[in-house]
Design a protein around this ligand. Structure first.
Ligand SMILES: Cc1ncc(COP(=O)(O)O)c(C=O)c1O
Length: 454
């Protein structure tokens, strides 16, 4: 029987204070962890306990926590200039960063960028941009997608009832279609090709009923549906989607807030599908944790909107731009794209081995270091096993690993891309042991009082 003998008194006291005075709408905790410091792929709590990080602050820390180069760039820029709003003036870090973003995004056409403070407002921007650039009102997005918390991004999202309940009306004319999910297909036993055809057909049905394609400005899709449970679409689906967009003059937007900046072993997730989008939305890991969002799109589109259609006082401020430039440098210099692939393979293979032992592992999927492990109560029905996901994540934390789940039952494996073989192997040992604890009935139901999860 597992005995948790770590001192967690300071963490517990802070969590209790938080519970009394902050907004509950911003909290979906997995365990009571108060983070004090982070280095690379490790995190330390207020009581001095350390953990391997398989969450990377929700995929926002790809270059590792507090990478010395990023910290140095932030310090230097902070001493020079923190903000003079780029709305009225100009500054070098923003121009340098724009050039870098243009160079690392796919597409040989002329590009431009706009900046924001988060993934959410970058998505609001892309709705505005698509409407202005095409003169069309409608936007298409996907069921089970999460795009953020501002009203525009919320309107694109369709992942959680409490996120929508009582908040309407959201933006009009955003239409959701099913994401091509090959593990939980629309009808049991469908092949990948059938799922692809079915999902494309749903768009065509919309085109012939309530969404005239000549009124559709853009389709916004994640290259891997993140919070929907790390669902990887078939390559053919993405390629056919591009063709469909071309046929009707619809913009294809790759929403890379979670999958971008090397997470899938490429700079951007969409590159895994041989598809070039018209716009790429970025956030999270772009500035190693400082608030920055961006979108790089075809220049001819961005040249169509005029000020003040989309601007923010502190968007693209020099400190966040400096952090982003350093992040890009670290990803390049430390070959983090390659490490994401290597570590991703290693971790995925271990999960595939575990799948042979543990019936509750229904599916293991993902690209690079964006891996989902889908827990089920029954491999036939594929019913989501929330209890297992919640208990295993809680026990992993007690044993020294930050592990989370979303979509009710999908373990989310997204460590910083700097993770080493030793750290990955140790983390997998903890996960294996936590599965055994769960199956032995050694994790009490009381953990459900703490684990809220996604
Ligand atoms: C795919 C995706 N888009 C957008 C967002 C929102 O980003 P932010 O929280 O920075 O506004 C998230 C955050 O989880 C996300 O995963």
């Amino acid at each position: 029987m597992f005995v948790d003998n770590k001192d967690r008194s300071r963490c517990m006291a802070l969590v209790e204070e938080d519970r009394q005075i902050t907004s509950p709408a911003a909290k979906i905790p997995y365990f009571p962890l108060a983070v004090k410091r982070g280095r690379g792929a490790m995190v330390e709590d207020l009581d001095g306990n350390s953990y391997i990080d398989f969450l990377a602050s929700a995929g926002a820390i790809n270059a590792g926590h507090c990478h010395p180069k990023v910290v140095d760039a932030i310090k230097k820029q902070t001493e020079e200039l923190i903000l003079y709003t780029p709305v009225y003036m100009y500054h070098e870090p923003l121009i340098k960063l724009t050039k870098e973003l243009i160079s690392i995004t796919p597409g040989s056409f002329r590009k431009r960028a706009y900046f924001g403070l988060a993934g959410s407002d970058a998505n609001d921007g892309v709705i505005k941009l698509a409407r202005i650039a095409t003169g069309r009102p409608k936007i298409m997005a996907y069921l089970r997608a999460y795009h953020g918390s501002t009203y525009g991004a919320l309107s694109l999202s369709a992942v959680s009832l409490p996120m929508h309940r009582g908040l309407g009306p959201t933006l009009p004319d955003i239409h959701h279609v099913p994401f091509p999910d090959t593990y939980r297909p629309p009808f049991p036993g469908m092949t990948e090709n059938q799922v692809t055809d079915f999902a494309l057909e749903q768009i065509k049905i919309a085109f012939s009923t309530n969404v005239p394609p000549e009124e559709l400005a853009a389709i916004v899709i994640e290259p891997i549906q993140g919070d929907g449970g790390l669902v990887v679409p078939p390559v053919r689906y993405m390629q056919e989607l591009r063709k469909l967009c071309d046929e009707y003059g619809i913009l294809l937007v790759s929403e890379e807030v979670q999958q971008g900046f090397g997470r899938t072993g490429k700079w951007f997730g969409i590159e895994n599908f041989g598809v070039v989008p018209d716009a790429i939305v970025m956030g999270k890991a772009i500035a190693s944790g400082l608030p920055l969002g961006a979108c790089v799109a075809r220049a001819d589109l961005i040249e169509k909107w005029e000020a003040p259609a989309h601007l923010f006082t502190a968007a693209g401020n020099p400190v966040c731009c400096a952090a982003s430039l350093a992040t890009i440098e670290v990803i390049r210099e430390e070959n983090l794209l390659e490490n994401a692939l290597r570590m991703g393979e290693r971790i995925k293979n271990k999960f595939l081995q575990m799948q042979q032992k543990y019936e509750i592992i229904g599916d293991v999927r993902g690209i690079g270091l964006s891996i989902g492990v889908d827990l089920v109560t029954d491999r036939e029905t594929r019913e989501r096993n929330r209890a297992a996901a919640a208990k295993i994540c809680y026990r992993a934390w007690q044993r020294g690993l930050l592990l989370s789940f979303f979509s009710g039952c999908v373990l989310r494996i997204q460590p910083p891309l700097v993770i080493s073989e030793e750290q990955a192997d140790e983390a997998m040992e903890i996960i294996d042991q936590s599965f055994r604890d769960y199956l032995d009935g050694d994790i009490p139901d009381s953990v459900f009082e703490t684990v809220k999860g996604w």
